[in-house]
Design a protein around this ligand. Sequence first.
Ligand code: NAP
Length: 297
Amino acid sequence: MLTGLHLAVIGGDARQLEIIRRLTELDAKLSLIGFEQLDHAFSGAVKEKIDETDFSTIDAIILPVAGTSLEGQVETIFSNEKVYLTEDILLDTPSHCTIYSGITNAYLDGVTKKADRRLVQLFQRDDVAIYNSIPTVEGTIMMAIQHTDFTIHGSNIIVLGLGRVGMTVARIFDALGAHVKVGARKTEHIARITEMSLTPFHLKNLDEHVKDVDICINTIPHLIVTASVISKMPSHTLIIDIASKPGGTDFRYAEKRGIKALLAPSLPGIVAPKTAGQILANVLSQVLNEDLQSRKG
Ligand code: NAP
């Protein structure tokens, strides 16, 4: 149980509703910021405006998966108000206050460091990233179907990166009957791709492998699908970039060449917000409980 904890849930999409539901069930007291347009009421949770919240009693702040923008703005689907997480807000919290986010960026790193507050990135945890790769791949399949006029079955698919998302993408598209090639840079990844009965190649040779690609799915959060790579793709190729913003594709050049390239953030929140929210709610209830026990102990 989380009795005695006071948590601020700031912004987010439908995934946060599962988190709010679970945390209130566990008896935490919640201040909901950026939720004034939400019809549903949760017992134990109060909707507040950020400038009216008393942060001096907040034990933890729960941000959406994306954290903040590079200007500190928190995305609020259930509010028209602009909500910013600032250093001053963090300085008002008790020193043990922990900030939970899915991922981070230079702003969030900087502001938490300056205020000397602990920042936990839930998506750095392998368990969260692997569970979350399931709705991510379902969203990728949805995009592939929506933006092509051919079947996934029998098509040539390139997956870039064999991390927690890349591995799931490669395996599921293979299971759908596609011819899947996977690009990686580590020898152990090349070995794993071979073991999975997929076709491996080294990323430094990417140019040579895109000549007959139908769908290129990038999971690498660095510029990898460069103008040079795109220039060698057939004109019908669809690029689905699921790496975190700004993705790993030269979108300007893709547009110039007339190749459809889509940056596809937050797929779990779009295709399966309930499941994606439950994944986060499970881990948050566990880590908040551990924090509470360690402070008591
Ligand atoms: P991960 O486990 O860290 O995997 C990242 C992959 O990228 C690894 O294969 C890594 O290879 C490779 N990589 C990183 N930097 C590279 C570079 N400079 N050159 C070549 N390869 C490089 O991450 P993940 O959990 O799979 O997530 C992948 C991305 O998808 C992240 O940006 C994440 O935020 C995003 N994501 C998006 C959605 C969505 O809905 N769109 C959902 C979930 C995750 P090495 O091991 O060789 O470094």
